[in-house]
Design a protein around this ligand. Structure first.
Ligand code: GRF
Length: 200
């Protein structure tokens, strides 16, 4: 399967996806799209000789128009699966409906706990002893789609937000490639009727 990764920043999950699929027969990362020209991940992708595109949202266009430009690039590149990896925009129905069942996201908490922004800070404030990360199919409702993979990390008493961000990221880098391969090999699918996973 031909895979595109959408980023806005650092791109460490993107890099993990590139590395872990470099010798895979089921998935190859062939395109990286960023909505931020300065995203650090763009240079990383270039170093791996992967095609990159910058698609910044123009102030005179709607979110749908911005997504239509992204969608056209995905179609032109023959993309089968799209992975959001630190893409900092909430998608509209346009992109979600066009890619439903082929659109994955990673979130830095054990969903359904701590959806939304700064999940690691939310976890520390609640005082939970374990948190983690979740790869899920994207639905219109944010951080709510069917869960494909999760990973757990322990929270230590003296953890700061940055500590937890890094500890969770190291697990993100393991579970995201694993989830992508499950979907790319069609061992796992989204049932479009029920919104739940089907294991083949
Ligand atoms: C990750 O923590 C991911 O879970 C969240 O955004 C962050 C992206 O980090 N959605 P990176 O750009 O992959 O390093």
């Amino acid at each position: 399967k031909r895979v595109a990764v959408l980023i806005s920043g650092t791109g460490s999950n993107m890099e993990a996806l590139i590395k872990e699929t470099s010798s895979s027969s089921v998935a190859q990362i062939v395109l990286v799209i960023s909505d931020k020209a300065k995203a650090g991940g763009l240079n990383i992708a270039k170093n791996y000789n992967i095609q990159t595109q910058i698609v910044e949202k123009r102030s005179n266009e709607t979110r749908e128009m911005h997504e239509e430009r992204i969608h056209s690039l995905l179609i032109a590149a023959g993309i089968d699966i799209v992975c959001l990896a630190g893409y900092m925009r909430i998608l509209t129905e346009f992109l979600v409906n066009n890619w439903r069942g082929k659109l994955l996201n990673i979130h830095p908490s054990l969903l359904p706990s701590f959806p939304g922004v700064r999940s690691q800070k939310q976890a520390l404030e609640k005082g939970v002893k374990f948190s983690g990360c979740t790869v899920h199919f994207v639905e219109v409702e944010v951080d709510a789609g069917a869960i494909i993979e999760q990973g757990i990390v322990s929270i230590k008493a003296d953890d700061q937000e940055e500590d937890l961000i890094e500890r969770i990221k190291s697990v993100e880098h393991q579970i995201y490639p694993k989830a992508l391969k499950l979907v790319a090999s069609e061992k796992v699918k989204l049932d479009l009727q029920t919104g739940k996973l089907i294991y083949i």
